[in-house]
Write a protein that binds this ligand. Structure first.
Ligand SMILES: [Zn+2]
Length: 411
């Protein structure tokens, strides 16, 4: 090792970057608080139809996005559904989705049993026969044996009872394929495969030349159940793809790389949070141990180099208990040092009765917003929507935030 000391600085830098390149072909980015994102074992659900014949109640998890690990009779009018995560440790946000039916019309109580210390998070929704989702009214909520319980009416047509509206990999693909068919600037491209071989697709949105055009990156569904973030993402992206004066001007200046489903395995397996490697993907933006992140960063980095450009802004859509923007404290030296302030001012001005809830931090853990900052001096933002934010309001916030972003970036 002694000889190492005598190496000239450029040689040292060259050697150390080769060392860090690894198999992804892209150097790792260090974070203050590293997280181990090597593969962990996951427990698969047994996909089956459950039968509680003396109550005449049936349940099934045989569809993509389902989560049901068991069902038992609790008393003469109540069934207990058992919900487990894909592995542990995990954020205690229990996701569930299953079909329920009965051969006769009846009302039944459904009690939710989660692992110890896990609290109920998502208010149940029902998918009706017309495929519309309906939130169950809070006056149908109970506590039975200290378990969160909901009363539902069943008949012979299976209804889906779920934590949030379902959007599995097929639903997402149908959505963006349709968008691609309607807009001439959208180029849908497969850029890799997930751990279990599902397609990783992106929408490459550009007008004319890609050379030197700054990039806007839009990400979502690293965490499978975070549907409200995905709903905002849809509204945001659809606004960019409306053909009008603002969007034309925006796409004259910017190229958009939109990643509509970063964790397709986790979504279709009905995971609470992780991918099929049992890992929180939004902690893997340092070492890229998981293919979903490795392929994504590799693709972005290749584009930046090939077209001699920058990533100015990266927005990653998620859900939590309330609407909140997680931002990086560091603004100076970024591609758009005034963007966050100006954007938030514009949102408060343009969205009726809206107050921006911002939490600025230092991205100590390897999350996407920190990666974009460290790697490209981008403005990285985690755009969180509350679980309970009304769907109309999400649409409005998504639409106006896209509009105001485009105005600021073309000012
Ligand atoms: Zn999340």
């Amino acid at each position: 090792m002694r000889n190492f000391l005598f190496l000239k600085k450029p040689v040292f830098i060259l050697l150390s970057s080769i060392f860090f390149l690894g198999c992804s072909g892209i150097s790792s980015v260090p974070f203050e608080t590293p997280v181990d994102t090597k593969d962990k074992t996951i427990q698969y659900q047994s996909k089956k139809t459950y039968e509680i014949s003396d109550l005449d109640v049936y349940a099934s998890n045989k569809f993509p996005g389902a989560r049901l690990n068991g069902i038992e009779k609790l008393n003469d009018s109540t069934v207990k559904v058992i919900i487990h995560p894909e592995n542990k440790p995990i954020n205690p946000s229990p996701y569930y989705a299953f079909e329920l039916w009965s051969t006769n019309s009846k009302e039944i109580y459904v009690a939710f049993q989660y692992p110890e210390k896990v609290k109920h998070r998502y208010r149940p929704k029902i998918r009706e026969e017309n495929n519309e989702w309906r939130q169950i009214d809070t006056n149908q909520f109970y506590r039975i044996d200290s378990l969160f319980t909901v009363k539902v009416s069943l008949d012979q047509k299976p209804k889906i009872l779920a934590a949030q509206e379902l959007a599995n990999s097929k639903d997402v693909k149908d959505w963006y394929t349709n968008l691609g068919n309607m807009n001439k600037y959208v180029h849908i491209k497969k850029y890799g495969s997930s751990k279990l071989g599902r397609d990783l697709n992106l929408l490459d949105i550009y007008k004319g030349e890609k050379e030197s055009k700054p990039i806007l990156v839009l990400l979502t569904r690293q965490h499978p159940p975070e549907i409200t973030g995905y709903l905002a993402y849809q509204s945001f992206l659809e606004t960019i793809l409306k053909e009008n004066e603002i969007t034309e001007r925006f796409l004259d200046e910017y190229r958009v790389l939109a990643f509509p489903l970063l964790n397709p395995d986790g979504v279709d397996l009905g995971h609470w949070r992780h991918n099929a490697g049992g890992v929180d993907l939004n902690r893997d933006w340092s070492k890229y141990n998981q293919p979903e992140i490795r392929k994504t960063v590799k693709y972005i980095d290749e584009q930046v180099k090939k077209y001699n450009t920058t990533v100015d802004l990266a927005i990653d859509f998620h859900s939590t208990y309330e609407d909140v923007f997680y931002t990086n404290k560091q603004r100076k030296g970024t591609q758009l040092p005034n963007f966050i302030k100006n954007w938030f001012d514009a949102l408060e001005k343009e969205i009726p009765e809206y107050v921006v809830n911002e939490a600025a931090g230092n991205s100590k853990k390897p999350v996407s917003k920190g990666w974009f900052l460290k790697k490209y001096n981008s403005v990285g933002i985690t755009y969180e929507i509350g679980d309970q934010t009304s769907r109309d309001r999400i649409d409005e916030i998504g639409r106006i935030s896209a509009l105001e972003m485009m105005k600021l970036l073309t000012d």
